[in-house]
Design a protein around this ligand. Structure first.
Ligand code: SF4
Length: 657
């Protein structure tokens, strides 16, 4: 099990599983537990970051699951594969028989391949439910929603390779120097060397700030206000691209009226930034031929304006006509290695493969004809909604590569929800808080142990090659899902290998049409494919947006920029980039300013409790100048419990109190 499944062009190199950049790597010749870089379509000089070099570190861990486990007499006990698969299929089908298919839910993962996510959503829909989702959608929900609803696709509009064409790079709520280091060095630093100006908008100073010409550090919650003030200053300076606005946008008249009401000085005061800094950025934008936005999780989910920030940034780019050419566009930097692919494969409750709506009869019929079944037409539950209904209307879950027990809600509440399920089947590499509640646990292979494809942050589909064998009896998720599909659905899951699933997926997904395994293996292909499938598309929306009218609409932004309650600190969450072995590399400390720490009787290195309505967690304090006053910074892996109910503020107290 777990070897190359034959059809993929094979060599020793695969794609790094630890972030969305998609660097190419292979086991090191001298030391097999280390990775060495291989020149690839993204890391063209073969460079890896430190995290990538450690991509094989956790694979040989004694903690890996190596045999299927089945609960007997209340305990998880070793079982054979046929026994475990039969038990898993029985448990899930019993729930569907006793209730209906909507009593089941299916959670995919951004660490799984495109083919695995494709199989998971096919399994859910073949059984009759659209209750299928993936955790990645929570990471960039407002950025991706804004992109999809206003422009057409939930994806970066442009490519890393065109960044040198930008006059100004506006990096907002992101730290690519740390989170996407190879992309930063290969593409952003190169652009800066070629004369591009980097403007960093982030309340926290970080590694990216050091490369910036200008750092705007607005108070948390005022990003949208700042960007809208920039729009007003750009308009005031005559920077509006009149012909682009006339030919490719709608709603400008009303939007222009609202912009005329914006007082940039007042906005700067509210955001606590110098008005002249704002003007200087507006001047640079007006002077630039092309402007590209790179946005991160910092634009997501704040109390005020989290969604608005993405909309305000799109407004700015529409205003100056900065779409449809290299070095332009709205580029949300995804974090996890196959976040994009999980969405593209249809692991969403409202979308079929290729982002097609589940309630579109035409798309539904096309997929139904291929699968030989009738598809459910009502959008399903998101992962968040499904978890809330565990034990109520949802009674069975198939969780692939996920740990919702610690990742989506307050832990004790979640434990209760998981306990309320009648059937829980978990596919994973390690035991976790979720497997503690499982009826069946199936041991999976890691990314570098698999065949298939993944899609990186700029829409490039790339091939994986298994470089090492999974330990013991662990199997690729693809084989596990195929076996479950055969048991639960039948012949429609009799795939010879993952390559056959790739062929089926690309037949059904309009944006992947014509893509072939050999073109993907030969340097990757960026979707959407252009006609023959041999060539990808580096820049979206060159001629028109993919909206009904072909135009993108301006949106009025109601950015209020109010402050958080004075006894709380705004919680800033660093972006997640993960995979096997990634968590251990993240900074687990909470960063506070000297003033905020002192006013709470806290010193550098102290243990503190961070608490909000969602949860309480303990962390060690780092007192430094990297955050602004009124703010607490935590890496996403640590902050997770605190943001499960979308709270964006926390109380911080010494652990001893
Ligand atoms: S972690 Fe990301 S940037 Fe680093 S080597 Fe892997 S893919 Fe490249």
């Amino acid at each position: 099990m777990g070897g190359n499944d034959g059809e993929w062009p094979s060599d020793d190199a695969t794609v790094c599983p630890l972030c969305s950049v998609g660097c190419t790597l292979a086991p090191s010749d001298g030391e097999k537990s280390r990775a060495q870089g291989v020149p690839g379509p993204v890391n063209r000089n073969g460079r890896l970051c430190q995290r990538g070099i450690g991509a094989f570190d956790a694979l040989g861990s004694d903690e890996r699951l190596t045999t299927p486990l089945v609960r007997r007499d209340g305990e998880l006990r070793a079982a054979t594969w046929p026994e475990a698969l039969d038990r898993a299929a029985d448990a899930l089908s019993t729930v569907a028989d006793e209730h209906d298919a909507d009593a089941l839910c299916f959670f995919g993962a951004p660490h799984c391949t495109n083919e695995e996510n494709y199989l998971l959503q096919k399994l859910a829909r073949s059984l009759g439910t659209n209750n299928v989702d993936n955790r990645a959608r929570l990471c960039h929900v407002s950025g991706m929603t804004a992109l999809e609803t206003r422009l057409g696709r939930p994806a970066m509009t442009n490519s890393l390779s065109g960044l040198s064409e930008a006059g100004v790079l506006l990096v907002v709520g992101a730290n690519p120097a740390r989170q996407q280091p190879v992309a930063f060095d290969s593409y952003i630093r190169t652009a800066l060397h070629d004369g591009t100006t980097l403007v960093h908008v982030d309340p926290r100073e970080n590694q990216t700030t050091r490369a910036a010409s200008v750092h705007l550090a607005p108070r948390p919650g005022t990003d949208a206000l700042v960007v809208t003030a920039l729009c007003a200053l750009v308009a005031e300076r005559g920077g509006v691209d009149e012909s682009f606005v006339a030919e490719r946008t709608s709603g400008y008249g009303e939007y222009a009226e609202s912009l005329a009401e914006v007082d940039a000085d007042r906005a700067a005061a509210t955001a606590d930034i110098a008005p002249e800094s704002l003007r200087s950025v507006a001047d640079r934008i007006v002077a630039a031929d092309r402007v590209a936005v790179l946005a991160g999780t910092g634009i997501e989910g704040s109390d005020h304006g989290g969604t608005d920030t993405a909309d305000a940034l799109i407004n700015l780019l529409l205003l100056i006509g900065s779409f449809g050419q290299p070095g332009t566009g709205m580029n949300v930097l995804r974090g996890l290695n196959n976040e994009q692919g999980a969405t593209d494969a249809g692991c969403r409750p409202d979308r079929l493969p290729g982002h097609r709506p589940v309630d579109s009869p035409e798309d539904s019929e096309r997929v139904a004809a291929e699968w030989g079944i009738e598809l459910p037409a009502t959008p399903g539950l998101t992962e968040r909604e499904a978890v809330e209904r565990f034990g109520d209307s949802v009674h069975g879950a198939l969780v692939v590569g996920e740990n919702p027990a610690v990742e989506k809600r307050d832990a004790s509440w979640l434990r209760d929800r998981l306990t309320a399920l009648s059937a829980l089947v978990v596919v994973d590499l390690f035991e976790s808080e979720t497997t503690e509640h499982a009826d069946v646990v199936l041991p999976a292979a890691a990314g570098v142990e698999k065949a298939g494809t993944v899609t990186n942050l700029d829409r490039r589909v790339q091939s994986l090659t298994p470089t090492v064998a999974p330990p013991g009896d662990a199997r690729p998720d693809f084989e596990i899902l195929r076996e479950l599909g055969i048991r639960l659905v039948g012949d429609a899951f009799e795939y010879e290998d993952s390559a056959a699933a790739f062929d089926e997926w690309t037949r059904l997904s309009p944006v992947h049409e014509g893509m072939t395994r050999s073109t993907v293996a030969d340097g990757g292909v960026q979707w959407p494919t252009a006609g023959d499938g041999l060539h990808g598309t580096a820049v979206l929306y060159e001629e028109a947006f993919e909206t009904e009218s072909g135009r993108a609409a301006f949106t009025d932004i109601e950015a209020n920029g109010t402050d958080s309650p004075s006894d709380r600190l705004a919680l800033l969450v660093g972006s997640r980039a993960g995979g096997v072995g990634a968590t251990g590399s993240s900074d687990e400390r909470v960063h506070l300013t000297e003033t905020d720490a002192a006013s709470r009787g806290i010193e550098d290195g102290d243990s503190v409790v961070l608490r909000n309505d969602a949860a309480a967690i303990e962390a060690t304090v780092a007192v430094d100048g990297s955050v602004r006053e009124g703010t607490a910074y935590l890496h996403a892996d640590v902050a997770d419990p605190l943001v499960r109910d979308e709270s964006a503020t926390v109380r911080v107290r010494p652990a001893s109190q």
